[in-house]
Design a protein around this ligand. Structure first.
Ligand code: CBH
Ligand code: ZN
Length: 397
């Protein structure tokens, strides 16, 4: 009998998986823009393969690929996935694929919810919770091990999702895509954590939008508020694998490089050693990644915490600790780099002599209820597009 999520967190570290939509988009199985997971029905081998990459890298959790798989999102702005594959079909296939791979190791399966166009359109709590319920029903039927409600930028919608999840009787993980400055309605990060815990989440924290180190700044604020309120919950961190020191409240989607020019910002595996250690020392026990996290990033997290976990991940078979494998290189100057001291102290160049170190976020400042966020099923028109581009606006200009 596998240990459940909460028992594992009470006993030690649970390692999460990485960023599915970003990784599958680069492999040609997800369309950037909608970012919806119809690939669970269209290309099951691709989804199964990515789960296997993260399992081999040391992930304890296979998050079913159900991100943005609410019915309203699957029929938003010209998306035909709901009509073609159905919300139930996509979520059901995702749960089966995650379970299949989880059974190849000691993995747990999580059913995932995320923010909805219904909420962004300013519609009611009942309408929003109806969208969540459609997914949770499928997760319960598939006997997932726990539920994760992630990628929420308004704590109001987050709490509505937690309420639906709690009715299942399963452990609930709640994770907001906010930074140290709090949510998009001006609620502080600490207050968001307190509201998530009071709504009944067993694990609370942050995912996406910000790099590992800004994410930990936000988690420090959450931890302080939870301690002050006497609330005992576990903490989760699943940040970006992109450096975002220039991001404001809206996170990386507000940067001109999002989503097709982020490569210069990618974190190294050595950044991930530092992230895992700092997260662990802060008391975070659910440590994973979001957009940009590939298997080698998760492997670095698992390697940094190998002593605490009492094991190395299978993928370390091909990765001696701290670049030890370079001792087998033919060139002596590369062999000279086979040390922790060398890589821990390297500050890598970007290789782009004309790159600015930082960009200017768009900072439109619109959020839930604004007319530009209203749900529409028809595709964006050319007129709408031209009205959106600010005259004379050039990327990081
Ligand atoms: N668990 C999910 C989280 C995705 S966070 C997606 C960020 C991009 C969303 C957007 O641009 O609308 C995943 O691994 O893909
Ligand atoms: Zn993400």
């Amino acid at each position: 009998m596998k240990k459940g999520l909460l028992q594992r967190l009470d006993e030690g570290v649970v390692i999460g998986d990485g960023g599915f939509v970003f990784a599958l988009e680069k492999r040609g199985y997800v369309k950037a823009g909608p970012w919806t997971p119809e690939a669970t029905v269209q290309y099951p081998d691709a989804v199964r393969g990515l789960h296997r990459e993260f399992l081999r890298a040391g992930a304890d959790v296979m998050q079913a690929f159900t991100f943005y798989a609410s019915d309203d999102k699957l029929s938003n702005r010209g998306n035909k996935s709901s009509a073609k594959y159905t919300c139930r079909g996509i979520n059901d296939a995702a749960c089966r694929l995650a379970r299949e791979v989880a059974e190849e190791g000691d993995g747990l399966v999580a059913g995932g919810l995320s923010q909805t166009p219904t909420y962004l359109s300013g519609m009611s709590k009942a309408d929003t919770q109806k969208e969540f319920q459609k997914q949770v029903d499928v997760f319960v039927e598939n006997k997932v091990d726990f539920l994760i409600a992630e990628y929420f930028e308004h704590v109001e919608e987050m709490v509505w999702a937690i309420e639906v999840c709690r009715k299942s009787g399963l452990p609930v993980v709640a994770s907001m895509c906010i930074g140290p400055d709090g949510d998009l309605h001006g609620i502080t990060a600490g207050e968001c954590a307190v509201q998530m815990a009071k709504a009944g989440a067993h694990v609370v924290g942050i995912n996406c939008h910000f790099d590992p180190f800004i994410t930990l700044e936000g988690l420090r604020k959450m931890k302080a508020a939870l301690d002050a309120a006497g609330l005992k919950v576990h903490l989760i961190a699943q940040p970006l694998a992109f450096h975002t020191p220039d991001a404001q409240k809206q996170g990386f989607i507000d940067l001109p490089e999002f989503p097709f020019g982020l490569e210069p910002r990618i974190c190294t595996r050595w950044d991930m050693h530092r992230y895992a250690r700092e997260a662990y020392d802060l008391g975070v026990r659910y440590i994973g990644g979001c957009c940009g996290f590939e298997a080698y990033h998760i492997r670095a997290v698992a390697e940094e915490l190998a002593k605490e976990r009492g094991k190395l991940p299978a993928g370390s078979e091909k990765h001696e600790q701290w670049a030890g494998g370079l001792k087998m290189h033919t060139k002596p100057w590369v062999r000279a780099r086979a040390s922790r001291q060398y890589w821990e102290n390297l500050c890598p160049s970007s290789g782009r002599p004309f790159s600015a170190a930082m960009s200017k976020p768009d900072a439109w400042g619109v959020t839930a209820g604004d007319s530009s966020l209203k749900q529409k099923t028809t595709a964006t028109t050319e007129e709408e597009l031209t009205s959106l581009v600010k005259p004379g606006k050039v990327a990081n200009g």
